[in-house]
Design a protein around this ligand. Sequence first.
Ligand SMILES: *Cc1c(COP(=O)(O)O)cnc(C)c1O
Length: 430
Amino acid sequence: MTGKFEANRQWAEEMDRKDPLGSFRDRFHIPPGTIYADGNSLGLLSKDSEECLLRVLGEWKVMGIDGWLRGDPPWFYTAEKLGEMVAPMVGAEADEVVATGTTTVNIHSLVSTFYDPDGQRTKILADELNFPTDIYALQGLIGIRGYDPEEHLILVPSEDGLCLDEDRIIDMMTDQVALVHLPSVLYRSGQLLDIKRLTREAHRRNIPISWDCSHSVGTVPHRFDEWDVDCAMWCSYKYLNGGPGGTAFLYVNRRHFDTSPRLPGWFGYVKDKQFDLRLDFQHQRSAGGWQISSPGILSAAPVEGGLRISMEAGIQRIREKSMDLTSYFIYLVDELLSEGPYNFKIGSPRDPTCRSGHVALIHETDAWRISQALKARGVIVDFRPPNVIRVAPAALYCSYSDVYDICKHLLGIIDKREHEGFTESVEAVS
Ligand SMILES: *Cc1c(COP(=O)(O)O)cnc(C)c1O
């Protein structure tokens, strides 16, 4: 953290010259004519990912089925290899992480395993600000166990629709709760929950805890083993730049390797016996045991390139720059955009250690139309109802000058009332 910022472009350019991660920008394809501040929704394609995908296509072209064992590396071990690559970033051992499925499928796979209603303990504790897919999955899983989700899914309420009070979460960890499932980061406000503290408090009450870290892995360091998290899942296409719908990840603490997966599939079979093709299921004693299907080798290939870059940059340095960029953005909004006629507010926690990689910029009346006007000027951001523009200056390819320029565009849009030329109706993908 620099601790002091200046609202002029020369200062931002000077910071860019001194930025130890500055050179990584050249490894990415930045969509021409844009400032890309949407890496919290879909990270960009890197040259490394492109190369990995082309390599795998080439292997398929010349080897056909032999790619499973003769690819370099062999496709048969892709899932484990990617798990091993990402493990240090999340503070896990290599065999506790595997690249598999997609986030929602991994929620189903892990929560079905770790939600073990017993006696009084029949409920799942989640929160009302979680991403809808997590809630849908929990409702479905409660129903499968024969309980009514209306009664057995308890959602921690939020006072302001943006953030959660951790004490409130802890208060709701009662002896009726069989599992806690939380997001590491609230997708609208960017609030980063204290995974270590909440995990400890759940365990004090004998409740296992599952974490959806889609919005934090790749921009915040994690220490899953040290924090004794039970299980976690996250996508690869946000800060890890793994490609749209790319293969996701799951983590299982090794304490639980003997627990049987409740959604078994043949790729979770004991690895060196999988092709014995026996009908009695025996799971591999590793996170790999929670794989279900053949890995999507083409969706996993770009993930490797993204991870390579993140590992080279180092998650600690990524986090430092990310906190600095989001803090700089907040500073500029306070300085230049908080009063009339601009009237922007910050909806994210102001303490950078309680914030992930994006800032929720609030505009009470015109957030949607302003986000469209930004896009028309080549500033790629997204909108989350009712009034939030999410600005994500991803550390690997965004600069201090980008952050400065985004604020200049916001000033220009309001000064010229450009947003008034856009329709009020919200598009399907935003
Ligand atoms: C991005 C995200 C997802 C995405 O789920 P998919 O199954 O990949 O579509 C799920 N949960 C959270 C919290 C997310 O941020």
